[in-house]
Ligand binder design. Structure first.
Ligand SMILES: Cc1cc2nc3c(=O)[nH]c(=O)nc-3n(C[C@H](O)[C@H](O)[C@H](O)COP(=O)(O)OP(=O)(O)OC[C@H]3O[C@@H](n4cnc5c(N)ncnc54)[C@H](O)[C@@H]3O)c2cc1C
Length: 449
């Protein structure tokens, strides 16, 4: 099996020692590995938000006979490791650039779905009693330079006038009074709806809800071979058992094993994102940077950072991870991130970090999520490529795929820009080179401001 990063990133039998793993209650749930040959109507490859949401909706809304096969434990992938920002996004380009690429009507249609996706997360949590520790009611996008703040005026205009989104432009002074201050505060755009959550609690909550409604979830069940049996059913082989199914949903996003099915080869560009978290900050430390918000925040850099204060006053700081995932490279990335953190909030220059972890997000050549049914085989469905914004988008994708299978019709809510399989990267073997080049360019743009 050929993967794009160091083996270190694919240790399915071990959890990443993250803040989320340390603070999520254990799931009281039978998610034992598939232990014999079995069959079902719909098999799902990947037990993150996409797969679990699809399983929940299929079992609950359509009483479907559905099973999830997950290579690690539930939430082993990005769904158990992310920053916990539940907000709109999900494409590789934003604002005016996306409009230039696909047109205003298509962007408006996409954001309508994005808003529905944030609401869906809230609704599932309420309906299924998932305590995911919600925090805040907005996402604060802070301009890291005066030039970036100028660009935000155009974004604000687009969002409020043409896309019907709730966005507020505030000065650096207002940002300092209402949210926080730092060396890179030149004003901010405040987007709603958005909030922070505990990603692993949410993921385990989805798995519990799916199981309660009749789905079977199998952890430690990595699919190592995908073929067809003589009666046309899909055969998903794991080390401990084989699952046969009429339909398959393929949703392993950045951890994609792309040699499982020829149609998926070369469609995904996994990228490492990394997070560090401090010890709990004392009230006087928070006051020193005027920090007074639970809202998740990001900066306006092309190679951006995302950050939030956690319920126990630790500070989470995320950004682009290492280039190849090797342990050495990883350590250098964490050290760079710590330097960046200390430069942005000088009053916290002595604060120690207690957690460091990383995971894979997924980009596509179309720069948009890719959701649908294979043209070459209409019993295979897929959803991936959320560009670092999958809390809402993956949950919503799972629901859309469930509706598609449950009703037998493509959901009309699927925006045109996410519909169908994203084109293959040209010369897929060069994806890491494209990525490095893209990051180099983005860093140059960040230097200019
Ligand atoms: C560090 C980090 C920070 C992020 N921060 C945010 C954020 O703040 N907000 C936000 O919206 N998004 C964020 N994201 C992105 C978000 O986490 C993902 O988009 C989302 O979790 C994707 O869900 P998924 O179910 O599609 O994929 P995943 O959660 O990655 O799940 C895919 C699963 O497939 C499994 N798998 C792979 N191969 C096989 C196989 N052969 N057989 C069986 N199982 C297999 C993997 O083990 C994995 O668990 C972040 C991601 C990372 C890594």
């Amino acid at each position: 099996m050929k993967r794009q990063f160091d083996d270190n990133l694919y240790q399915f039998d071990r959890p990443q020692s993250s803040y989320w793993e340390a603070t999520a209650p254990a799931a009281a749930l039978d998610v034992s590995a598939i232990m014999r040959d079995d069959s079902c109507e719909v098999a799902i490859i990947g037990g993150g938000y996409t797969g679990l949401s699809a399983a929940l909706h299929l079992a609950r809304d359509f009483q479907a006979d559905v099973r999830v096969l997950e290579a690690g434990h539930i939430g082993w992938g990005a769904s158990g490791r992310n920053g916990g920002f539940c907000c709109t996004g999900g494409t590789g380009v934003h604002g005016q650039d996306l409009v230039r690429l696909v047109g205003l009507d298509a962007v408006r249609e996409y954001y309508k779905a994005q808003l529905a996706a944030v609401e869906l997360v809230r609704q599932i949590a309420a309906d299924e009693h998932i305590d995911y520790q919600a925090q805040g009611d907005a996402e604060v996008v802070v301009a890291h330079t005066a030039r970036a703040f100028k660009r935000m005026h155009a974004d604000h205009e687009l969002m409020t006038r043409h896309l019907g989104l709730q966005a507020e432009l505030i000065s650096a002074g207002e940002c300092r009074e209402r949210y926080y201050d730092c060396t890179e505060n030149f004003g901010a755009l405040v987007n709603r709806p958005a909030f922070g959550l505990h990603p692993l609690r949410y993921c385990r909550g989805l798995a519990a809800a799916a199981s309660r409604h009749g789905a079977r979830v199998h952890a430690q069940s990595r699919v190592i071979e995908w073929s067809r049996s003589s009666d046309g059913r899909h055969r998903l082989v794991t080390r401990s058992g084989t699952l046969t199914a009429r339909k398959v949903i393929f949703c392993s996003n950045g951890f994609i094993q792309e040699d499982l099915h020829a149609e998926f080869f070369g469609r995904a560009m996994p990228v490492i994102s990394a997070i560090i978290a401090t010890r709990p900050l004392r009230p006087e430390e928070l006051a020193a940077q005027h920090w007074r918000t639970e809202n998740p925040a990001i900066n306006s850099r092309h190679v951006l950072n995302y950050f939030r204060l956690l319920p126990d006053q630790r500070f989470l700081f995320g950004g682009r991870g290492s280039t190849n995932g090797s342990p050495d490279n990883e350590q250098r990335t964490y050290a760079d991130m710590e330097r960046r953190f200390r430069a942005i909030w000088p009053a916290w220059s002595e604060v120690e970090f207690e957690y460091r972890w990383h995971g894979l997000i997924c980009m596509t050549a179309s720069l948009c999520p890719t959701i649908g049914q294979l043209a070459a085989d209409n019993s295979v469905y897929f959803g991936f490529g959320y560009h670092g914004n999958g809390v809402n988008t993956a949950t919503w994708t799972g629901q859309q795929l469930a509706n598609w299978i449950g009703t037998g019709r493509e959901p009309k809510e699927l925006p045109a820009i996410v519909r169908g399989l994203s084109r293959r990267y040209p010369l897929p073997g060069l994806r890491q080179t494209y990525l490095r080049f893209g990051i180099f360019l983005a860093r140059q743009l960040d230097r200019i401001g």
